[in-house]
Design a binder for this molecule. Structure first.
Ligand code: P1T
Length: 379
C-alpha cells in the first residue's frame, strides 16, 4: 500500500460486529468476560481499547513500523521511552529541542542519574565524540524546533550500529508524509500527535512507533504500567486527522515554501530558517532525507531587536499568536518567551534561539492572505 492509501485504510478496517465503515468511539473502560480470563481480546481500556488500537495500527502503518502506541501527550510518549533506561545510562540529544523535551530531560530525569549530552547534530562528529560504552539512547529531533536544523538520520544510525544504542527520532515537524525515520535506520519514532497528525488544534496526544515488535511490547508494558494512554475520543480525533495528512502536508509545504521565499526577500528580515530554501545550510540533506519541507518557518530581524519581534507578533493578521503548531490554521510564536522559555537564557543563545527569533506554523489558508497578514507586522 502506498502512503495516500495507508492514511485512509491503515489499521482502519470495518468494525466487525456491525460493519460500521468509520471506526466507532468505544467509550468503555472495561469489557465483559465469558469466564475469568476468557474475553474478546480486550479486558480494560488502559491496556487496550478498540478505537485506540485502530489509531495505533494506523500509526504503525504510516511510519512503516511494527507497533504503534498512542499517548495522552507527546511528552508522555517521550517519558515512556526514557523509562526503558537504567541508572547510569547516557543519552545524546540535539542541543536545539522543543523546550518541554529539554525540561523533561534535565529537570525530571537527571535526578534519576541519567546523563544527558547535548550536541549540535548538524555535524556528525559532534555526536560521534560523545558516544561511549554507557550511551544507550540517541534522541534526534529533525527538523529541530525552532531552528529547523537537520540531523542525518541514516548517518547517526550507522554510527550506533552494533553498539546497543537505541535511535529515537521526534518526527513531529516532518511527519511520515515527509520523512520516514524507521526506513533510515531509527528504532523508535515519536510524535507530538497534537500537531500535524491531529492537524486541527483540537487534541493533545502523543505517539511512539517502533521498528520491531519486541521493543514495541516493552514500551507497551511501560505505558500500561504507567498509565499515560490516549482516551477513545482523542484517539478518534487523531485517526480522523491522519486521513487528510497527505493532502494537508502538501499544502503546508507549498505555503511554507512561499512564505519562506517572501521572508527571505523582505528588507526587514535577517535570516530565514527553512530546509526548502537553497540558503539553508543543509538544503542538500533536506533533499535527500525529506520529500517536502513542511510548514514550519523561523526567522530573525535585521535590527536584531526583541521589540521588533514583539511588535510583529502583536500586529500580524490571520496568524494567531499562540503556542503549538501543525494545525490547519496559521500560528505564530516567540520561542524565547513562549515554547522555549524553560531553557535557560544562556543555553538558548548558545543554540541560536535569539530574542528576535519568530517561529511560524504556516497553515493551509490562501497564501496571498497569509502574506498580507504578515506584512502588517512589519509596518
Ligand atoms: O505538547 P505535547 O503533545 O506533549 O508534545 C511535546 C512536543 C514534542 N516534540 C516537539 C517537536 C514539539 O514541538 C512538542 C510540543 N511543541 C509545542 C507545544 C510547540 O509549540 O512547540
Amino acid at each position: 500500500m502506498k502512503f495516500n492509501t495507508k492514511v485512509i485504510h491503515g489499521g482502519q478496517s470495518h468494525e466487525p460486529s456491525t460493519g460500521a465503515v468509520n471506526v466507532p468511539v468505544f467509550f468503555t473502560s472495561t469489557f465483559a468476560q465469558k469466564s475469568p480470563g476468557i474475553h474478546s481480546g480486550y479486558e480494560y481500556s488502559r491496556a487496550a481499547n478498540p478505537t485506540r488500537q485502530a489509531l495505533e495500527d494506523s500509526l504503525a502503518s504510516i511510519e512503516n513500523g511494527a507497533k504503534g502506541l498512542a499517548f495522552s501527550s507527546g511528552l508522555a510518549a517521550t517519558d515512556c521511552v526514557l523509562k526503558l533506561l537504567n541508572v547510569g545510562d547516557e543519552i545524546i540529544a540535539c542541543n536545539d529541542l522543543y523546550g518541554g523535551t529539554y525540561r523533561m530531560f534535565t529537570k525530571m530525569f537527571e535526578k534519576y542519574q541519567l546523563k544527558f549530552h547535548f550536541a549540535d547534530f548538524t555535524n556528525i562528529k559532534n555526536v560521534e565524540e560523545k558516544i561511549n560504552e554507557k550511551t544507550k539512547l540517541i534522541w534526534i529531533e529533525t527538523p529541530t524546533n525552532p531552528l529547523m536544523k537537520l540531523a542525518d538520520i541514516k548517518a547517526v544510525a550507522d554510527l550506533a550500529k552494533g553498539k546497543n544504542i537505541l535511535i529515537a527520532v521526534d518526527n513531529t515537524f516532518a511527519t511520515p508524509y515527509i520523512q520516514k525515520p524507521l526506513d533510515l535506520g531509527a528504532d523508535i519514532v515519536m510524535h507530538s500527535a497534537t500537531k500535524y497528525l491531529g492537524g486541527h488544534s483540537d487534541v493533545i496526544a502523543g505517539a511512539l512507533i517502533t521498528k520491531n515488535l519486541e521493543l514495541g511490547e516493552q514500551l507497551h508494558f511501560i505505558q500500561f504500567a504507567g498509565g499515560g494512554i490516549l482516551s477513545p475520543m482523542d484517539s478518534y480525533l487523531v485517526l480522523r486527522g491522519i486521513k487528510t495528512l497527505a493532502l494537508r502536508m502538501q499544502k503546508h509545504s507549498e505555503n511554507g515554501f512561499e512564505i519562506a521565499k517572501y521572508l527571505e526577500n523582505h528588507p526587514k528580515v535577517d535570516r530565514v530558517f527553512y530546509p526548502g530554501l537553497k540558503s539553508h545550510p543543509q538544503h542538500e540533506l533536506a533533499q535527500k532525507q525529506m520529500r517536502e519541507s513542511g510548514g514550519m518557518v523561523s526567522f530573525t530581524f535585521k535590527s536584531g531587536k526583541k521589540e521588533d519581534a514583539v511588535k510583529f507578533l502583536e500586529q500580524i493578521k490571520i496568524f494567531t499568536l499562540a503556542e503549538s503548531l501543525g494545525g490547519v490554521e496559521s500560528l505564530a510564536n516567540h520561542p524565547a518567551m513562549m515554547t522555549h522559555a524553560s531553557i535557560p537564557a544562556e543555553k538558548r543563545l548558545e543554540a541560536g534561539i535569539t530574542d528576535d527569533l519568530v517561529r511560524l506554523s504556516v497553515g493551509i489558508e490562501d497564501v496571498e492572505d497569509l502574506i498580507e497578514g504578515l506584512e502588517k507586522g512589519f509596518v
